[in-house]
Design a protein around this ligand. Sequence first.
Ligand SMILES: C[S@@+](CC[C@H](N)C(=O)[O-])C[C@H]1O[C@@H](n2cnc3c(N)ncnc32)[C@H](O)[C@@H]1O
Length: 417
Amino acid sequence: MSARKEALRILFEVFKNNKFSNKLLSNLKQTTAMSKEDIAFVFKLVYGTIQYKIYLEYVVNKIIDSNKTDLKIQILLWMNLYQLKFLKAKAYYVINEAVDIAKSINKNYSGLVNKVSKILEDENIWEVKIKNKQNVFPLENGFPFWLYKKIENDYSKEQAQQFILHSNIESKISLRLNTLKISLEDFEKKYFEKYKLEKSQLIEYFYLSNKNIINQEIFLEGYVTVQDQMSGYASYILAPKENSKVLDMCSAPGGKLTHLAQIMKNTGKIHAYELQENKIHLIKQNLSRLGVKNVILECKNALEIEEEKYDFILLDAPCSGYGVIRQKPEIKLKKYSEQENEELVLLQSKLLEKAYNCTNKGTEILYSTCTINKKENEEQINNFLLKHKDIEKIYEKVFFGNEYDNDGFYICKMKRI
Ligand SMILES: C[S@@+](CC[C@H](N)C(=O)[O-])C[C@H]1O[C@@H](n2cnc3c(N)ncnc32)[C@H](O)[C@@H]1O
């Protein structure tokens, strides 16, 4: 199958069936016989089209009636415009292949070429003309108004605009060196040059790279794992001591869990819970590949676990995920209802209460989310602290993603006194 056809198939799954693009793309990588270059092109087309979908749809809707056009054809047009506008692709190739693909979907769409050609002829077609001038910036950058407004209200206009621009920048792969399997010296000697690694400015043992490492020795042997720097920062800030007793309430896929084990040098015990059964194998794979030996894993609702007392607790809560839009751009296309938002915030507060019930004097809790929504972060923690006067806040920070080429993230470390 051609790269464009493959990209269209994946985009259809995303837009029609609400599938996550990163999962579909990683499946493709593992199963396809396509060349590396073609796979990279599919990634670009899929991510780019989702990233700019709001803008591309706005432009395409100037010339088609979306109610009367097959969704697949619409997606094909969005994908074409993305290539023409953002990849500066040669119009001739894009249009020719689009026509072939359109014919294979529905022969009646032969007029497609004309429509795309018209877009090309008319420079004004790209212009955003809307009444509310404040919304031009988010629309041109494929960002939803409601989320732009929310970030502006929660923080500032500058922050919201910076966040939008950063969310469209292609991310490098962030890797954690696994010291349970290889020493820093041996690792750098063997792989630093080979993978053109760049040391993280934020946190030890983390590196950025543009090279693919999946299915390579460096990955298969468990010398590294793919983990965003911010995700690593959570376990780093919690800093569980060797031989301590640790609780990880929401574990899958196990990025922070395996990092906690690394920090503890495989000593002590980590009790790890995860609600979703279909994610347990991912955690198990990671534990085994990375040589982690101090984890007791159970598939269980963390709200129902026994209230044992722990020295350190990690609550990496389920959240709206606005901080990881760079990697999962479809997140910005789904607006949660008021009720869904309230349910999510309530679940987080119940999990925090559960965490509290597992503390002793001196226990340290780290609450984190991969979102920049104040209700799930600062406000959630303020409410928790109001209820529990014996909990002291030690560290709190929101990251927006532009600081260290990282994901957006919230971290709050607390201690029971
Ligand atoms: C942000 S992710 C955790 C990421 C993980 N800590 C890591 O670093 O790889 C949140 C996880 O919490 C799980 N989850 C949601 N509600 C839960 C609950 N009540 N009990 C346990 N796990 C839950 C979700 O299935 C999801 O895998």
